[in-house]
Design a protein around this ligand. Structure first.
Ligand code: HEC
Length: 262
């Protein structure tokens, strides 16, 4: 039943239900002035194993912002929040995680210095964070120290609430356990840049189902594992290096199973 509803939603044009909402710093600062707080974090992009960089940002607790943006929909909503970035990147967050009260949508540094960072992993200096940058209270919750850049999107200019039924519609009917695992891995590792039927990131415009057509299973595997081995100029990163060994093989294979199933 759920599945049918999802299919109907897709045909009706699901964007009616999940329209991106553009964020205005000026408006939000004005309407939520009472909710603006300073949040001190271990800056994810500038810290490394031997260098801890702490920065205090000015921002609004994410839940407060969502309540304000979606006064009717946020309460009881259980799907995903999409954060769209100016460069086409998409970061996806489970509503459940947003409710834990550890995320802040920031719009400035508290010390008045420029709202930029050095993204050391990508060798980029003075990257603009504006209009919005999502940070996590990792000084109070050590579990958050292990989070990756995926959860810290910057240049966020739009949010979108995507209902669970639409999320599930990206899963083929009667999916096997591997295909389901592949779907999860695809959402966590690929959907930020690639889209299926318009859902997902827009860094690479073409629907991923088109993209994979020309590739054999072996080629796909090598590409996901290490794109730079095939094309050294590619801007696609390899599957996260923290996924290693057998787990890496299993994850890549499940992503391929998922892609072939759709
Ligand atoms: C940070 C953005 C980003 C992420 C994350 C990403 N890709 Fe890509 N991907 C790209 C870009 C950009 C291209 C275009 C080709 C290029 O730049 O070399 C691409 C190309 C591809 C291609 C086409 C390769 C070819 O030979 O034409 C496939 C297949 C692909 N990606 C699959 C995936 C899968 C599966 C994942 C997740 C494991 C993933 N991508 C994650 C950005 C990304």
């Amino acid at each position: 039943m759920y599945r049918y509803l999802a299919i109907v939603l897709m045909f009706l044009g699901s964007h009616v239900f999940a329209e991106p909402l553009s964020l205005s710093v000026k408006q939000i600062k004005k309407d939520l002035a009472a909710d603006v707080v300073d949040i001190r974090v271990l800056e994810l992009y500038e810290s490394s194993a031997d260098k801890a960089v702490e920065v205090t940002y000015a921002g609004i607790p994410l839940e407060k912002l969502l309540q304000y943006l979606y006064p009717k929909r946020w309460d009881g909503f259980d799907g995903e929040i999409y954060f769209h970035a100016l460069d086409g990147y998409l970061s996806i967050l489970d509503a459940e995680k947003a409710r834990q009260g550890e995320a802040y949508m920031t719009f400035a540094r508290a010390d008045g210095k420029p709202f930029t960072i050095d993204n050391n992993n990508q060798n980029e200096k003075d990257v603009s964070l504006a209009p919005f940058y999502l940070v996590w209270d990792n000084l109070n919750d050590p579990l958050l120290l292990g989070s990756n850049a995926y959860a810290w999107p910057y240049q966020v200019y739009q949010t979108e609430l995507v209902p669970e039924a639409i999320v599930q519609s990206l899963l083929p009917p009667n999916a096997s356990a591997t295909v389901e695992a592949g779907f999860d891995a695809f959402r966590n590792n690929c959907l930020g840049c690639h889209n299926i039927n318009g859902f997902g990131g827009k860094k690479y415009g073409m629907d991923v189902r088109q993209v994979i057509k020309a590739l054999s299973r072996q080629e796909l595997y090598e590409w996901i594992d290490k794109p730079s081995a095939i094309n050294k100029y590619t801007s696609m990163p390899p599957l996260a290096p923290v996924i290693t060994g057998e787990n890496r093989q299993r994850t890549i294979n499940s992503i391929i199973d998922y892609l072939q199933a759709i």
